[in-house]
Write a protein that binds this ligand. Structure first.
Ligand SMILES: *Cc1c(COP(=O)(O)O)cnc(C)c1O
Length: 410
């Protein structure tokens, strides 16, 4: 059987200019973000100010991971032990994990057929739970109805924190993703839109939230070395009232992220051309139900999702196996036991029970996902879908109806 030969988890090499910046940091020996030479701003502080500028907000903080940025955001926004925090039923495990790490209790909210959060269920969950926070994941880059979501949060006095792990570089109604709530959290982990292995960024327009986040992240009394934070004089009270929960970014990672951030627009164009090609080709497979991309959503197509609503679990399992055999690691969220990166809420057994989530149950049962690394090209997209098409033909053919079997049983 012909197999697709490239790897779906192979990222592009770090560019020569990013490598040169990294080497310069290594040669300086000043890897810690606050270890600066006379007159030096430092790669981490520069990354923060460039990232803040890219979103059009005043403040940004770089830190250890996307999940850590979420913890910081929750704490900096005033979460106290035992507080309820709403989050999408369909998200990645670091989201409920960060809520628990910050001392909160996650309350799941149902989704819609397009995998974005259901504003009506958000309203219900807010009323039932009395939660004061909502961590909204723009899961796999799909941005929900932000007008409705923001309106529900406002009507309940809920603090909105955006999880933008899949929407760095994306916008909605022309407004950058991550600027709709009190804070936006981003990841620079290898599989996201810019790659430093591990890393996170938090953006906010709120001065007190940023002061707390800076101290929480482990700034000691060196907060004056930040370029995208409130004035040092304004820390007088916060600095003595906020614990240090070390989780800083270092200059080495920041050095390789800055050139990548500068390239974000170009990456988005390249990602979306892969996405549109896949979308067009997948549309030819009758069983595939693609997810609409509303015009208001300016997304970054670093992965593609589709549903197989007319197929039963056995058929989907055969299709996934057929794809696997052809070198295509299709992720199926309906797989009985969660594997690799877990996004199924029933694998978060540490949560104190869950609400009824009928739409998530139905949608996830047939939802599939493919990564689209920038190491692929248009011809790869065509090849992948041709192989998937063959796998589908095989899968929908019930084994007992094939001519060979029919003959054999006679
Ligand atoms: C990757 C991811 C995160 C967290 O990122 P890490 O940097 O791995 O901690 C949060 N939310 C979603 C939806 C993600 O995919």
């Amino acid at each position: 059987m012909r197999r697709f030969a490239k790897s779906f988890t192979q990222q592009e090499a770090i560019s020569d200019d990013a490598i040169a910046s990294a080497v310069a940091v290594l040669q300086s020996g000043r890897l810690h973000r606050y270890n600066l030479a006379e007159g030096e701003a430092g790669e981490t502080a520069l990354l923060e100010s460039e990232f803040a500028a890219s979103l059009g907000v005043d403040y940004a903080l770089a830190c250890a991971s996307g999940g850590y940025a979420l913890q910081l955001a929750l704490r900096a926004c005033g979460l106290e032990a035992g507080d309820k925090v709403l989050c999408n039923a369909f998200t990645l495990s670091p989201v409920p994990g960060s809520i628990v790490a910050a001392g909160g209790e996650a309350v799941l909210v149902d989704i819609l057929d397009d995998t974005t959060v259901d504003p009506d269920d958000l309203d219900r969950a807010a009323r039932e739970s009395g939660a004061g926070f909502f961590v909204l994941s723009h899961m796999r880059g799909h941005i929900g109805d932000m007008d409705a979501i923001v309106a529900v949060c406002e009507s309940h006095g809920i603090v909105l924190i955006e999880d933008c792990a899949h929407t760095m570089g994306a916008a909605y109604d022309g407004r950058p993703s991550g600027t709709f709530g009190k804070a936006g959290c981003f990841s620079t982990q290898t599989y996201k839109h810019i790659n430093s292995g591990e890393g996170g960024l938090l953006a906010t327009a709120d001065a007190e939230v940023m002061r707390r986040a800076v101290i929480l992240s482990g700034s000691y009394m060196l907060f004056d070395r930040h370029l995208a934070a409130p004035a040092p004089e304004s820390f007088a009270e916060t600095r003595l009232m906020t614990p240090n929960m070390s989780g800083r970014m270092d200059n080495l990672r920041a050095a390789i992220l800055r050139p990548q951030l500068a390239e974000m627009e170009h990456r988005k164009t390249r990602w979306n051309s892969l996405y549109r090609r896949m979308e067009q080709r997948l549309g030819d497979i009758a069983e595939v139900c693609l997810i609409d991309r509303p015009a208001r959503e300016d997304f970054v197509g670093s992965s593609i999702q589709f549903r197989l609503p007319a197929l039963g679990a056995d058929t989907i399992a055969r299709f996934v196996e057929g794809c696997e055999a052809r070198g295509i690691p299709l992720k199926w969220y309906g797989k009985p036991l969660p594997e690799d990166y877990t996004s199924r809420y029933d694998s978060w057994g540490y949560l104190a029970g869950t609400r009824a989530l009928p739409i998530a149950d139905r949608v996830l049962a047939t939802l599939c996902d493919l990564r689209l690394p920038l190491t692929f090209d248009q011809a790869d997209c065509d090849d992948i879908v041709a192989l998937m098409s063959a796998a589908m033909e095989e899968a929908v053919q019930p084994p007992e109806a094939t001519p060979d079997k029919a003959l054999g049983s006679r």
